[in-house]
Design a protein around this ligand. Structure first.
Ligand code: SF4
Ligand code: FE
Length: 481
């Protein structure tokens, strides 16, 4: 396994990435303060794996080699291991309070492992052994892999064959590989990754074989361009962050970008689906199921939000007020309700024919549906308890200015440990979580990541076995058909 330091170095020794941000080519993305904050979050997945206290949570025994590997590279081997995965995600959410970006790789490993097995069974192909060979390298090198699914789609009323630029597709076949073209949207942690694992975005039809492509390319493969996504308040990271009261809220951040594939060559041994259109829908649903259960991360961020609410209530001198205590109980109830569905979908998981374990799909979709709602309510209650000072207090530099420091320290002081400086720091954290960069991960990503709410509702309707429930009602009501 890599250490956090080695991970940071490994990003630097990659061939240069072509990254655009704010209209300019970024010379060294790893040194850019906005990107650096997102690297800090993902580096925690290595740092905690080194820490004996968290080793059990963060590592697993490889099902392929028996070696100890980072759990983010692991094929889950039991319901207990699915649960441990959720525990790891909650822990990381607690440590960085934002998105740590590495789950998409783990979720794509488990789904591509399963689907390649199924394709080979149907078509006699050798995708599964190709993928196992790839995964062994990924485990050994402890790679961050961007599991990359969402296509731009353009006009959503059109099928891929009518809007080909909306979908990643094969544009050329060579004797030893394929060439792909298109783009992927909202790619979490892409620039911080070693590899990109491309998967189709929807179920394809018989005349859409060129869109049914699953393959892996190095993050620096020729033809790849990254266009960095903006986040609210992101340029605050580029301001002077010295001094005890930094104005930037948090040193941790998430990262999303568009990846453009402008004729990228993929050798055959890295192709894991090519034209088996009837399996593209299965791969999409399986990946979405794994990834929806991965949103255990938000319960970790929820823990930070609840802690911040309890602390600011103390600093404001209202911790004893019954309505404040009740609001904190409500926040805990909402957060633990998300967690309950995460745990349930793991323990109701089952063994796949390929040998790894798949979460319960209905409960995974219920988990994600809860995630589209409850963090917003938790954030609303947190802002309620925090008070309006969060958005009206002066900036950090006023603490450095002898003309204003005395006033700030006097008038911003609260109760007990709630000195002006402590309240300032905590309110900046709450601002970041509920309306700053971390809100990208805690709120909007909760809404739309791993599929927007309607996508889960379609799956919930499909998986709920409504006919069986109707039959139960009919039988008790003694209605004869
Ligand atoms: Fe992982 Fe959560 Fe970020 Fe998705 S949003 S990559 S599940 S931390
Ligand atoms: Fe995501």
């Amino acid at each position: 396994m890599m250490t956090a330091k080695e991970y940071r170095e490994s990003l630097k020794v990659r061939n240069p990435l072509r990254v655009f941000m704010n209209g300019t080519l970024v010379e060294d993305p790893t040194e850019h303060p906005i990107v650096a904050a997102s690297i800090n979050s993902i580096a925690l997945t290595y740092e905690l794996a080194e820490d004996p206290k968290y080793r059990d949570t963060m590592t697993a025994k490889s099902a392929l080699t028996g070696k100890t590997i980072n759990r983010f590279c692991h094929l889950h081997q039991s319901p207990e291991e699915l649960y441990r995965k959720c525990g790891m995600q909650r822990l990381l959410g607690q440590k960085c309070g934002t998105c740590f970006q590495r789950c998409v790789g783990m979720d794509s490993f488990n789904s591509v492992f399963l689907i390649t097995y199924e394709i080979d069974k149907s078509y006699g192909t050798d995708y599964h052994s190709r993928f196992i060979n790839y995964l062994k390298i990924a485990e050994e090198r402890d790679w961050v892999v961007d599991g990359c699914m969402t296509d731009p789609k353009q006009d959503r009323s059109l099928r891929p064959s009518k809007a080909p630029d909306g979908y990643v597709r094969v544009v050329e076949r060579k004797s030893d590989g394929v060439v792909i073209r298109g783009a992927k949207m909202h790619q979490t942690g892409a620039i911080n990754s070693h590899e990109i694992l491309v998967m189709p975005t929807v179920a394809m039809k018989q005349d859409e074989k060129e869109f049914a492509i699953c393959c892996a390319v190095p993050a620096y493969a020729p033809g790849i361009t990254y266009i960095y996504g903006r986040q609210s308040c992101d340029t605050r990271l580029m301001e002077d962050s010295s001094g005890e009261c930094q104005d930037i809220g948090s040193a941790y951040g998430g990262q999303e970008c568009i990846i453009v594939f402008d004729d990228v060559y993929v050798p055959s041994e890295r192709v894991f689906m090519d034209g088996e259109y009837d399996f593209s829908g299965r791969l999409v649903e399986t990946f979405a199921g794994y990834h929806r259960s991965s949103y255990a991360c938000k319960t970790g961020v929820g823990d930070v939000a609840i802690g911040a609410a309890a602390l600011i209530a103390e600093y404001n001198g209202v911790a004893g007020a019954s309505h404040v205590r009740d609001k904190i109980v409500e926040m805990i109830h909402l957060n633990e309700t998300i967690w309950s569905s995460c745990v349930a979908c793991c323990y109701k998981g089952s063994r796949t024919p390929a040998g790894n374990y798949l979460i319960d799909m209905l409960l995974a979709n219920v988990t994600k549906q809860n995630v589209t709602r409850f963090p917003y309510e938790i954030a609303r209650l947190l802002q309620d308890i925090a008070g309006g000072l969060m958005v009206t207090m002066p900036g950090a530099k006023e603490f450095d200015n002898p003309e204003t420091r005395g006033y700030i320290e006097l008038y911003l002081a609260g109760a007990g440990q709630g000195t002006a400086r402590n309240r300032f720091k905590l309110l900046r954290l709450i601002e970041n979580l509920t309306m700053g960069r971390a809100a990208v991960g805690y709120l909007t990503e909760s809404m739309h990541g791993a599929g927007s709410p309607q996508a889960q509702r379609i799956m919930i309707a499909r998986l709920a076995e409504l006919d069986k429930k109707k039959e139960m009602a009919r039988r008790i009501a003694r209605i004869e058909d």
